[in-house]
Design a protein around this ligand. Structure first.
Ligand code: GLP
Length: 260
């Protein structure tokens, strides 16, 4: 795992935006895995900026989102489809047919999940997966104790996650109980995983993910087994890491050609 600790979320998102822009310039038909939540919002702003100001071309890019709530129509105000459209897709030149988000209204959820996995394979696999982390260590909606080999499937949300996410809904009763999420095995298949965590409420999850044992109790910890996982943190999210000075030292002393 490469741990990059930066001054704040803005600088972290700028570095992340550059990693993604470099990938798309090198591989115009890159396949991106995308995430929702508050964390990637500034990253998406950076991607939009690269498109509008530097002409970064998304016309051949394909995307797969990590997850979606079950029971929400695409145009529901809290659906991840709507979130992605508002915060990214409507502001870049990605063709609609290149966008993949699990369908929360799928009649046959099991079949839909199998088809989602098959579509990722057909697209050539995910080049770079954007990730956030839940305060309980979840990736996508893979709650603690999810199988570390899991694939896209239905999951029941943890009470804590429903509580954390109720800010996106009019009231807590509206928060769905179920979702479709890529599995941890699906995430592990991405060629690069780029995880962002900002703020003090992520510090414990980040410490367990980076320095704790690899355990289904903290799904994020599986990234210790990934050959190319980059973790971008602000000072607050990094505050509980015991080897914080070491991570900063490594980043400071990276050969120039390796710096993002
Ligand atoms: C949500 C999403 C995750 C996200 C996490 C953190 O439940 N399903 O993909 O990483 O929770 O969200 P936030 O960035 O808002 O803290």
């Amino acid at each position: 795992m490469e741990i990059i600790i930066l001054k704040n979320a803005k600088v972290g998102s700028e570095v992340g935006g550059k990693i993604i822009a470099d990938l798309i310039e090198e591989k115009p038909n890159a396949v991106l895995g995308l995430a929702t939540g508050s964390t990637p919002l500034m990253l998406y702003t950076e991607m939009i900026k690269s498109h509008k100001e530097k002409g970064l071309d998304f016309s051949k890019v394909t995307t797969f989102n990590l997850d979606e709530y079950i029971g929400l129509e695409k145009n529901h105000y809290a659906s991840y489809f709507r979130f992605m459209n508002e915060n990214l897709f409507s502001q870049i030149n990605i063709p609609l047919e290149n966008i993949n988000i699990p369908d929360g209204m799928a009649k046959n959820v099991k079949l839909h999940c199998q088809e989602y996995e098959a579509a990722i394979v057909k697209a050539g696999g995910i080049d770079l997966q954007v990730l956030g982390i839940g305060s309980d260590g979840h990736l996508g909606f893979n709650e603690p104790t999810s199988s570390l080999a899991s694939r896209t499937r239905i999951k029941t949300l943890d009470e804590q996650t429903r509580e954390d996410n109720k800010r996106f809904f009019k009231n807590s009763e509206e928060v769905p109980y179920h979702c479709i999420t890529m599995g941890i095995g699906t995430v592990m298949d991405a060629r690069t995983n780029l995880l962002f965590a900002f703020g003090e409420n992520k510090a414990t999850a980040v410490q367990q993910m980076v320095e704790g044992p690899v355990s289904a109790m903290c799904p994020g910890s599986v990234l210790q087994m990934h050959p190319n996982a980059i973790v971008i943190l602000d000072e607050a999210a990094a505050s509980k890491l015991s080897k914080i000075d070491y991570y900063k030292w490594v980043y400071k002393n990276k050969p120039e050609w390796q710096i993002y």
